[in-house]
Design a binder for this molecule. Structure first.
Ligand SMILES: Cc1cc2nc3c(=O)[nH]c(=O)nc-3n(C[C@H](O)[C@H](O)[C@H](O)COP(=O)(O)O)c2cc1C
Length: 368
């Protein structure tokens, strides 16, 4: 029996043996500042520096041209992008790490500036009244175009194609980004989905696209290499407003996920205090741990102590750290040594270049 603290215990996820339970969260860093949104040397260095994470989940990566919604985010739909990612996965594997890519479609959070003036697409033509991060700075979102059934089917195929590309690029798996107010979450959420067809109306219909995507991806890669992210208590962000069907919708999705042998389910505790908001779960892991039978990874606002506590209490199997991994490339080592954590610089989260990206030293480097 290892004497290591819970976060540093190994974990088996599907057929993968991960060295610890300190996972790196998907973090958009907007460094793919080139014509084809291709990851390059800078990304290789950044992910390699963080290879000691039990699992790296990459930044959201668009599954198609239509899926894009932020400047300089990498994609996983072109040959060039696959070649770029290959160098990233090789570097991480060489360090003994594991890496999944997050598959992303932003839906109505995009802007016509990304689409030669055409409207972004969404389940329904409802403006989220948010901001879009475009090449010309922040702009107001617009009323998107309601997707046709054909466009929905194409989007399912785009996710499948992206998963196939991910395998070719050497990723250990994929994480479907079905959270944080983006396209799939827009389908789940009743205020953003007023469709009258088979993708709207009932809870089953609003969740349908997600299960179609999982089923499609299963055709090109093993089921136990597919992860999935949900943020059931996101509130007031990107027009995600709770109603009496919010909890039953997420309960339905999580229950149904038990029919699959997924790598993991990645859940977020509420990003903001929702204790006063009706219709939202305030303690996500407590609510969903008993419901979900597979590997559960939990995120948002965790530190070492809280992470260990959640694993020890059986509330989660792994803990996903976001901002701490930005400024502490060797986070598991720092936990092991009880070392102080470096602070992150919010001003360089999304700026191009190495500054605030690959220049955070490891403990060892900072002692030199
Ligand atoms: C700079 C930045 C970029 C992010 N990009 C993504 C992303 O691409 N996909 C995603 O699912 N979440 C994204 N998130 C949310 C994080 O994955 C995570 O939920 C959040 O940082 C809270 O975890 P933390 O408290 O450990 O930082 C991002 C957060 C930050 C700060």
């Amino acid at each position: 029996m290892s004497t290591k603290e819970p976060l540093l215990q190994p974990i088996q996820v599907g057929d993968l043996n991960l060295t610890n339970r300190v996972w790196m969260a998907p973090l958009t860093r907007s460094r793919a500042a080139n014509e084809g949104n291709v990851p390059f040397d800078l990304h290789v260095e950044y992910y390699k520096q963080r290879a000691s994470a039990g699992l790296i989940i990459t930044e959201g990566s668009q599954v198609s041209k239509q899926a894009v919604g932020y400047i300089n985010t990498p994609g996983i739909h072109s040959e060039e992008q696959v070649e770029g990612w290959k160098k990233v996965t090789e570097a991480v594997h060489k360090e003994g790490g594991h890496i999944f890519i997050q598959l992303w479609h932003v839906g109505r959070i995009s802007h016509p500036d990304f689409h030669n003036g055409e409207l972004p697409v969404a389940p329904s033509a409802i403006n989220p009244h948010a901001k879009s991060f475009t090449p010309k700075g922040f702009k107001d979102t617009v009323t998107p175009k309601e997707m046709t059934i054909e466009e929905i089917k194409q989007t399912v195929l785009d996710f499948k194609n992206a998963a196939k590309n991910a395998m070719e690029a050497g990723f250990d798996g994929v994480e479907i980004h079905s959270s944080n107010g983006y396209l799939l979450h827009q389908f789940f959420n009743r205020p953003s989905n007023v469709r009258m067809d088979e993708y709207g109306g009932s809870i089953e219909n609003r969740a349908k696209i997600l299960f179609e995507i999982i089923d499609a991806i299963k055709e090109v890669m093993p089921e136990n290499r597919i992860g999935l992210r949900l943020n059931p208590s996101l509130n007031g962000v990107f027009g995600m407003d709770a109603d009496e069907e919010t909890i039953p919708t997420f309960d339905y999705i999580v229950e149904k996920l038990n029919n699959y042998d997924l790598a993991y389910l990645h859940l977020s505790e509420p990003f903001t205090d929702v204790s006063e908001i009706p219709y939202l779960v305030t303690e996500i892991a407590k609510h969903y741990r008993p419901m979900y039978k597979g590997t559960l990874a939990i995120n948002a606002g965790f530190d070492q102590e809280k992470g260990n506590k959640f694993i020890l209490e059986g509330l989660a199997d792994a803990v996903v750290f976001g901002k701490p991994f930005i400024s502490n490339p060797d986070l598991p080592k720092r936990f092991e040594l009880g070392a102080e954590l470096a602070a992150w610089d919010q001003d360089t989260f999304y700026t191009p270049g190495a500054k605030g990206y690959t220049d955070y030293p490891s403990l060892q480097e900072s002692k030199v």
